[in-house]
Design a binder for this molecule. Structure first.
Ligand code: SF4
Length: 210
């Protein structure tokens, strides 16, 4: 399989993970694919809630370019941690053309000084990585939240996010990794299973629940 030789490690691991997910999804039966999509429905509903919140409270504050491109405030070079769950969820809601665009962006980033996923028309993810969505720059936070009670709503959304992503209990992002691991796949983005810090959190959970 062709991999652009000039890619750095970050690009290579993103591309490897995306291609692996695409291969695995193509190998599923229609029923298996439908079941997998059903597993992420609650998360998609949550992400939609978060988008509504951001649209209601940050649209005027964030620059038009930032918001209309579905970007977070920064989108700096190699600055995001995309979890394997992000890659899987995005692939499940994307069509082949979307995913081809994503592969292209990884290999041939539009800007050398910015995130590889930032193309001319904005971020190329359909469902942005969760880290990006929950990133608000200090200036935007200070301007919008101040004494505004909506700050409590944002704090609540951040708490709910953990129920999908933080493995101190069984969570969707862990389940998605396990699903693909169970099919013999591995990705460097499977942090919940293979990064020492998150693996320790999972291990502590098992110790306390036994
Ligand atoms: S993935 Fe998208 S939203 Fe996240 S930093 Fe890159 S361009 Fe910005």
């Amino acid at each position: 399989m062709f991999i652009c030789q000039s890619m750095n490690d970050y690009q290579a691991e993103q591309l490897k993970s995306l291609r692996m997910v695409r291969r695995q999804l193509k190998a599923l039966t229609d029923a298996e694919l439908a079941a997998l999509k059903a597993e992420i429905e609650d998360y998609l509903a949550f992400r939609s809630r978060v988008d509504d919140f951001l649209a209601a409270h940050f649209k005027d504050t964030c620059t038009e370019k930032c918001f209309s491109g579905r970007l977070s405030a920064c989108c700096s070079k190699d600055g995001i941690i995309a979890f394997f769950g992000d890659v899987a969820v995005n692939a499940l809601v994307s069509d082949e053309a979307d995913l081809d665009r994503l592969e292209w962006a990884i290999q041939y980033p539009a800007r050398v000084d910015k995130c590889i996923f930032l193309a001319q028309g904005g971020c190329v993810w359909r469902i942005r990585p969760v880290v990006c969505t929950f990133f608000l720059c200090d200036e935007a936070e200070n301007r919008v939240f101040g004494d505004n009670p909506v700050a409590a709503q944002w704090a609540k959304l951040k708490e709910i996010k953990k129920h999908f992503t933080w493995p101190d209990k069984p969570v969707l992002f862990e389940w998605l990794e396990a699903f693909f691991i169970g099919r013999g796949a591995r990705s460097p983005l499977m942090y919940i299973h293979f990064s020492p810090g998150l693996a320790r959190i999972r291990k502590n959970r098992s110790m306390f629940s036994s």
